[in-house]
Design a protein around this ligand. Structure first.
Ligand code: 13P
Length: 257
């Protein structure tokens, strides 16, 4: 059975000092009362805060994720960060293709695919984000958008590697807006994603892949989202910056698992 994974995407918040404090609070609580039912937690701070968070979560079972990488091992790529640098500071995961990167940095499905392959080659678990805009939803093309993003991001990835991938369905209209998808809306798209995965890689692999929901997940709506059979945890933005709220979301996942 696939696990639940709750990941905090800190975006461009938390310098090393404040990140260490937040991670220590979360890790302290999870050391005191480890997650039940196989729920996994991942923290994804900005690059510069990764080492401080790595120290703070030692021995807590929490995974460490970056928010991006450049798909080359090394070279003349001023300002970029490669996958080996991420594993060197303790990363286990990396968020790829977040809608903010697609929107503000023009990331294409092809580029995200190159990043995913590079991450896998370095033993990182990519958290690949997909999701439609409000305009796309209202014009009825959500499924075709998801289809294109998913096929594009996963091109050429072997069945074995597919098992290392985590998908995050993040409808853009729900990110940072306080307007979350209803549990039914989330479940509907998650089923579409899983059906497509089954078509591409077979039912067994499709059944094992974690599909997170992201977009205004809070302590008070997490339980109903996680209760959906195909919602396997969440990618949390704003609510991951407050230890008590993030921990409540983790506990909600434990209750659903
Ligand atoms: P919010 O939880 O702040 O809506 O952000 C979601 C998100 O983008 C996580 O990657």
């Amino acid at each position: 059975m696939r696990p639940y994974i709750v990941a905090g995407n800190w975006k461009m918040h938390m310098d090393p000092e404040s990140g260490r404090a937040l991670a220590s609070e979360i890790a302290g609580e999870l050391r005191r009362q480890p997650s039940a039912n196989g729920v996994q937690t991942v923290l994804c701070p900005p690059f510069l805060t990764l080492p401080a968070v790595h120290e703070a979560i030692a021995g807590s079972g929490i995974g460490l994720g970056a928010q991006n990488l450049y798909p080359q091992d090394s070279g003349a790529f001023t300002g970029e960060v490669g996958p080996g640098m991420l594993t060197a500071v303790g990363c286990t995961h990396v968020i790829l293709g977040h809608s903010e990167r697609r929107q503000y940095f023009n990331e294409s499905d092809e580029f995200i695919n190159a990043k995913a392959r590079k991450a896998l080659a370095h033993g990182l678990h990519p958290i690949v984000c997909i999701g439609e805009t409000l305009e796309q939803r209202e014009s009825g093309v959500t499924e075709s958008v998801i289809d294109t993003q998913l096929r594009g991001a996963l091109t050429g990835i072997s069945p074995d590697d597919m098992r290392s991938i985590i998908l995050a369905y993040e409808p853009i209209w729900a990110i940072g807006t306080g307007r979350t998808a209803t549990p039914e809306q989330a479940q509907e798209v998650h089923v579409f994603i899983r059906t497509l995965l089954a078509e591409l890689h077979g039912g067994e692999i499709a059944g094992d892949i974690v599909i997170q929901y992201g977009g205004s997940v809070k302590a008070d709506n997490a339980a109903e989202l996680f209760a959906q059979p195909d919602v396997d945890g969440g990618l949390i933005g704003g609510a991951s910056l407050k230890a008590d709220q993030f921990l409540a979301i983790i506990r909600a996942a434990e209750a659903s698992a």
